[in-house]
Design a protein around this ligand. Sequence first.
Ligand code: FA5
Length: 344
Amino acid sequence: MADATAELTALEARALEELKACADESALRAWSSRYLGEKGQLKLAFGRMKEIPPAEKKAFGQEFNRVKTSLESAYEQAVAADKERKLLASLEANPLDVTLPGRPVPAGGLHVATKVMREIYAIFADMGFQVFRSREVEDDETNFELLNMPPHHPARDMWDTFHTTTPGVLLRTHTSPGQIHVMRQFAPNPVRAVLPGMCYRHEAVSTRSEIQFEQVEGLAIGPDVTMADLKGTITAFARRLFGADRQVRIRSSYFPFTEPSIEVDIDWPKDDPNADRLTKGTGWLEIMGAGMVHPTVLKNGGYDPDKVSGFAFGMGPQRITMLKYAIDDIRQFWKNDLRFLGQF
Ligand code: FA5
């Protein structure tokens, strides 16, 4: 029996000697199958277990395990050393300049519309307005009726509407129906909120008008809110966004849900060659409609018009962005042309 154990030890010495002579990967693989493989010498040696008397089986088994572990770990080390050798050789053959700058990864960025929206929120947040999200799919009642426009009211002609196949359900034409949602949530308490979001109109698309565009509605309700508060808020907003020297023009107007109603224009840079086309020769571009909330709308929202008053406005951030960056075509916003988007 001592023979069988001694043979194992001799096998180990022979195998390690041969391993040292393996110069490349294929020699290493051949060595592995010769010694460690299914039909390798180690397996063969193990086959002799049955010849060994029971009292010596344990010592043989222990020696077998030791030799097996020793050969396996020597093989792993030899493979790792071979890899290292190859890597060094390849680095020497093709030197790598680790000081070269890396390839630039194109960085994404926020859409210019998102950036301007965030600027608008920040300005109104400073004035105590909270952001209130409201739905884009509305019912006729909230988009029109509760805003003082019963069916067949001629003012509905101002908002050419996309209707869904469900009667009375439509894509909102403006953010004003959100006023009703805000009021019903906060009445009878005072509230100051801005309501951003997409609006949809069946319009002729042009350089200034899209069928899908954003609006930011504003609403402030409380005791003694006046037209002076509205004018002050709008002027403070315009000066923060466009700079102290930009001109703000306020004209009287008409909306069924405000009384009195106004429209607000901003002057377009006179040295811009597109000024005439965009402002239809006037030098002014309209950015919002506004007014004092109509008593009927206050009532529909759950307020008592004898106790509180309020102002509301609705602006188009795309038009505002056009003014801020002298963009000459509103269709650029949703085209996803990187040459346009990359400029902001
Ligand atoms: C309204 O939508 C009213 N709801 C605004 C309002 C709110 C008045 C609260 C009173 C009180 P108007 O249709 O004028 O009003 O649209 C408001 C702004 O949205 C416009 O000044 C313009 O900046 C923008 N806008 C309107 N139509 C388009 C369009 N097709 N494409 C891009 N922007 C538009």
